[in-house]
Design a binder for this molecule. Structure first.
Ligand code: FES
Length: 368
C-alpha cells in the first residue's frame, strides 16, 4: 500500500516537472542559484544588506532586491521565500520602509517579530544575516491611503505597526496636508518598534500625532477605550486604518461604529493568521477530487483544501496561508466550500476559491 502511494506521488512530481518544460526557470534556477543567487528567475532575489535588532523579539531586515522587482505602494505586503532544511517555505510580511527608499536607493525593509514556535520567523531571527539572499514576491494588498488626502487615524497593535511605518514615512516625505493620528498599542514600552523613528516623524511633521499606549504596565490591562477616540479631533471624518491582533481590531471597529465612523471609512489588514471562525456545521469535510492531478482524498474534517492537497503530495501555489494574497486561488468546478475566516458558504457551481481558507462541505472537485 505504502509503495503504491509513494509511486503515485513520484508520478505526480514527475508530472509537475514535465508540465514545467515551457518554463526554463524551473530547470535553470538550481544552477543559477549556485553561480549567482541574484540571477534566479522563479522569484526576485533580494540580498540582505543589514539586520537591525529593534526590540528583544523584533528585527528589521534591509534588503536589496534585484532591479527587476516592480516596487510597491505604502501599506502593501510581500511573500518571501526561503529554504529551511531543504524545504522551500513562503511567508507574507508587510514592507516597513517607504517606496521612496526603493526608488532612491533600491532598498526595502521588512520588520519581523519572532513568533513563539514559528518555524520561519525563528529561522529569520537566528539564521538570516547580511550577505544572504532570499526570494521576494511582487507586492500586493489594498491597505492603501485614499487619494486625495483626508484626515487619517491609524490604530496599530504590536508588530501591526509595520505597514503603518511605511505609510507614515511616505506621508511625511510627501508633506501630507491633512491631520494624521497614530494610536500604537504595545505590551510595555520596551516593545515599541521604531520608537525613535516615530518620534522623529512626529517632530518633522506637525500634523502627525503619535500616542503610544502600554497595555500591560499597570495592574489592570489598559485596552483601547472610548475616551482614546473621543480625544481625536474630527473623528467622524477620518479614514481609519487598523492593523494588529484581532481583539484590538474588533474592539476598534465597534468603538468607531458607536462614534459614527462608517464601514467604508474603516480599513484593516491582518499581520498574523486570524483565529478561524467556528464552523456551525455538524460535520465539515468531504471527498476532494484534484481533477488535473487525478487524485482523490477522503473526508478530512475541517482541514483546509491547501493542507489536504499538500498531505496528498500535491504542491499548489500559496503565499500567505491566511487569506490575504490570493496566490492559492484556484477553480472549483463542483461542490460547496466554507470560508474558514468568515463562515460564508459558497455556491455549488464553478468559481474561484482560496485553498488556504476553504473547507469542503461535502464532495468538492478542484482544477488542481
Ligand atoms: S495563500 Fe494567500 S490567500 Fe491563500
Amino acid at each position: 500500500m505504502l509503495a503504491r502511494v509513494t509511486q503515485s506521488r513520484t508520478i505526480h512530481w514527475l508530472g509537475r516537472q514535465l508540465s514545467n518544460q515551457d518554463n526554463p526557470a524551473s530547470w535553470l534556477d538550481p544552477l543559477m542559484a549556485r553561480i549567482n543567487p541574484m540571477w534566479v528567475q522563479a522569484y526576485t532575489p533580494a540580498r540582505v544588506e543589514q539586520a537591525i535588532q529593534d526590540t528583544d523579539d523584533t528585527r528589521t531586515f534591509v534588503l536589496r532586491p534585484a532591479r527587476r522587482w516592480t516596487g510597491f505602494r505604502a501599506g502593501q505586503h510581500v511573500n518571501i521565500c526561503i529554504e529551511i532544511d531543504g524545504v522551500r517555505r513562503k511567508r507574507t510580511f508587510s514592507l516597513s520602509s517607504s517606496p521612496r527608499l526603493w526608488e532612491a536607493q533600491g532598498l526595502v525593509s521588512l520588520t519581523i517579530k519572532r513568533l513563539p514556535g514559528g518555524l520561519v520567523t525563528n529561522w529569520l531571527h537566528d539564521q538570516l544575516e547580511p550577505g544572504q539572499v532570499i526570494g521576494l514576491g511582487e507586492a500586493f494588498g489594498e491597505f492603501l491611503i485614499p487619494e486625495p488626502a483626508q484626515p487619517v487615524l491609524f490604530i496599530a497593535g504590536g508588530s501591526g505597526i509595520t505597514p503603518v511605518l511605511s505609510h507614515l514615512e511616505t506621508m511625511v516625505t510627501q508633506d501630507y496636508p491633512a491631520p494624521v493620528t497614530l494610536l500604537y498599542f504595545v505590551r510595555t514600552h520596551r516593545d515599541v518598534i521604531a520608537g525613535e523613528k516615530l518620534r522623529a516623524l512626529a517632530y518633522r511633521h506637525p500634523v502627525l500625532t503619535v500616542r503610544v499606549i502600554a497595555t500591560n504596565e499597570s495592574e489592570e490591562p489598559r485596552f483601547l477605550n472610548g475616551e482614546d477616540l473621543d480625544e481625536i479631533p474630527d473623528l467622524k471624518n477620518r479614514e481609519a486604518y487598523l492593523c494588529g491582533p484581532k481583539g484590538l481590531m474588533d474592539l476598534a471597529r465597534d468603538l468607531l461604529h458607536q462614534r459614527g465612523v462608517t464601514d467604508d471609512r474603516i480599513h484593516s489588514t491582518f499581520f498574523a493568521p486570524p483565529a478561524p471562525t467556528r464552523l456551525e456545521i455538524t460535520e465539515p469535510g468531504g471527498q476532494v477530487t484534484f481533477a488535473k492531478s487525478d487524485v482523490q482524498v477522503g473526508p478530512e474534517g475541517d482541514t483546509n483544501l491547501l493542507e489536504i492537497a499538500e498531505a496528498a503530495g500535491l504542491s499548489p501555489q500559496y503565499g500567505c496561508r491566511m487569506g490575504i494574497c490570493h496566490q492559492c486561488s484556484c477553480r472549483k468546478t463542483r461542490g460547496t466550500v466554507i470560508n474558514r475566516l468568515t463562515g460564508q458558504v459558497s455556491g455549488p457551481g464553478e468559481e474561484s476559491v482560496q485553498l488556504c481558507i476553504s473547507v469542503p462541505q461535502g464532495p468538492v472537485t478542484l482544477d488542481v
